[in-house]
Design a binder for this molecule. Structure first.
Ligand code: ZN
Length: 222
């Protein structure tokens, strides 16, 4: 985003130099307030450019400091209701996983069953993993499957222990296969309006990276 420019000082005590400039400023201001830098963003479909960068299952995730979490929540009661959407976070704010429990599913009704699937760009950090474990232990009517593009900090013993606890609490943790990336592309990525949906183009090392992470995960959770 472009840097904010200094406003000319001669507009301070009265009308702006011309009306048009005033309008332009207002628009800019509204835009800035709509999207503060550190906030949880929610929506139905994420822009393709974010998907292509953030979900790529590279081995070293430098620059990828956000978590994108796409979710499908199937609630089974008298009727079955499915809702879907996505959350993204910035490094400095609450993580998307915690935001999911705070905003999307603030409470579980004990009379209902919840089947939840997340498609997340990377696996949770220790704090989020502990929150997931705690939520699953408290709510036996909640099933959670987490499909991740990459493993986050998987070499750390503390991280490995947190993932094991998540598994013991019933969380299914899986590495996304090329077909899963395609599923996210088709169901959670914005397609250009009035145009035919573009088909998913896998990146060169998608299969290789999937296998790499799947091996690591199997070693951690064995
Ligand atoms: Zn986290």
């Amino acid at each position: 985003m472009a840097e904010k420019q200094e406003e000319p000082s001669n507009t301070q005590n009265g009308e702006p130099d011309n009306a048009e400039e005033g309008e332009e400023k207002k628009k800019k201001k509204v835009k800035r307030e709509d999207l503060p830098p550190f906030e949880i963003v929610t929506g139905e479909r994420l822009p393709a450019i974010f998907f292509k960068f953030q979900f790529r299952n590279v081995e070293y995730s430098s620059g990828r400091n956000k978590t994108f979490l796409c979710y499908v929540v199937e609630t089974q009661g008298k009727e079955s209701v499915t809702s879907r959407g996505y959350l993204e976070d910035e490094h400095a704010a609450a993580h998307a996983e915690i935001a999911f429990f705070n905003t999307i599913l603030p409470k579980c009704e004990s009379s209902l069953r919840y089947n939840i699937t997340w498609y997340v760009s990377s696996s949770p950090c220790v704090t989020c993993a502990d929150r997931i474990t705690e939520t699953l232990r408290k709510n036996k009517n909640l099933r959670l499957t987490i499909m991740v593009g990459r493993l986050f900090m998987w070499e750390e013993p503390e991280m490995q222990a947190a993932l094991k606890k998540m598994k013991a609490a019933g969380c299914k943790l899986r590495i996304m296969k090329p077909q899963d990336f395609e599923y996210v592309w088709q169901n959670f990525v914005e397609q250009e309006e009035g145009q035919e949906a573009k088909s998913f183009v896998p990146w060169e090392d998608i299969q290789e990276n999937f296998q790499y992470y799947e091996e690591k995960l199997a070693e951690i959770l064995h």
